[in-house]
Design a protein around this ligand. Structure first.
Ligand SMILES: C[S@@+](CC[C@H](N)C(=O)[O-])C[C@H]1O[C@@H](n2cnc3c(N)ncnc32)[C@H](O)[C@@H]1O
Length: 214
């Protein structure tokens, strides 16, 4: 599915995107994502959606720029900040213009639940690499192809925006081929390799892929 169709589908779903079940699953993922964000990092949340990761990181002291191709999802995320204390709100900037986020290099980028929709993830990963500072960190997710929950999600997603589960080996390989080394690979919902719905990868932008660590 091309990005303009993905944008259209998320625009259509934005108003009813959030529900208690996805919030609960989202929290299970956040438990694995949070420890992978460097303390005090300024974060670009690429594909912020309705703001789950953006709001969580801002509430933990990070300054976050939230970017999405769907104006509907960005609006939803902005609405969700209304109840936040001012000191948290002021740490969040919403951006819909790709050029605006290309004006600087980022120390940390999160791209959570976005690569799911790209059967060929290399171009998006290389684009994210181009946005990172030389020693920058990227945190990404894929649905886990080893998990029945990953496949259940993929089947259900046929009715909305089709997602593609990936094996850990594929996720690691595509990251290496896109100019990253692997810092960490985690599983979420639950935090088990063969059951975890989500693969969470922390990647380091590096010219030397031989520095890969487990
Ligand atoms: C499943 S939502 C995830 C949102 C959020 N990151 C989270 O974890 O809750 C996927 C979001 O990625 C956005 N998206 C998809 N492709 C994108 C792209 N190429 N650039 C920016 N945003 C994109 C969609 O518009 C949608 O809001």
């Amino acid at each position: 599915m091309n990005p303009s169709l993905i944008r259209q589908r998320f625009d259509q779903r934005a108003a009813r995107y959030d529900n208690p079940l996805t919030a609960w699953i989202g929290e299970q993922e956040l438990r694995q994502i949070r420890p992978l964000i460097p303390p005090g990092a300024t974060v670009l949340d690429y594909g912020c959606g309705s703001g789950r990761v953006t709001l969580d990181l801002a509430s933990r002291g990070h300054t976050v720029t939230a970017f999405d191709i769907s104006s509907g999802m960005l609006t939803r995320a902005q609405e969700r900040t209304k109840g936040l204390p001012p000191e948290i709100r002021q740490r969040i900037t919403f951006v819909s213009d790709l050029e605006a986020i290309q004006q600087k290099k980022w120390d940390c980028i999160t791209c959570i639940g976005v690569l799911d929709y790209y059967p060929q993830p290399h171009p998006l990963l290389r684009h994210l690499a181009s946005l990172l500072a030389p020693d920058g960190r990227l945190v990404i997710t894929f649905p886990n192809a080893h998990s029945p929950l990953g496949w259940t999600y993929a089947l259900a997603s046929r009715f909305t925006v089709p997602a593609t589960p990936r094996t850990p080996a594929f996720a690691r390989q595509v990251a290496l081929e896109s100019g990253f080394s692997l810092l960490a690979l985690r599983y979420a919902f639950p935090a088990l390799p063969l059951l975890g719905h989500t693969l969470v990868l922390a990647l380091h932008k590096s010219t030397d892929a031989s520095t890969e660590k487990k």
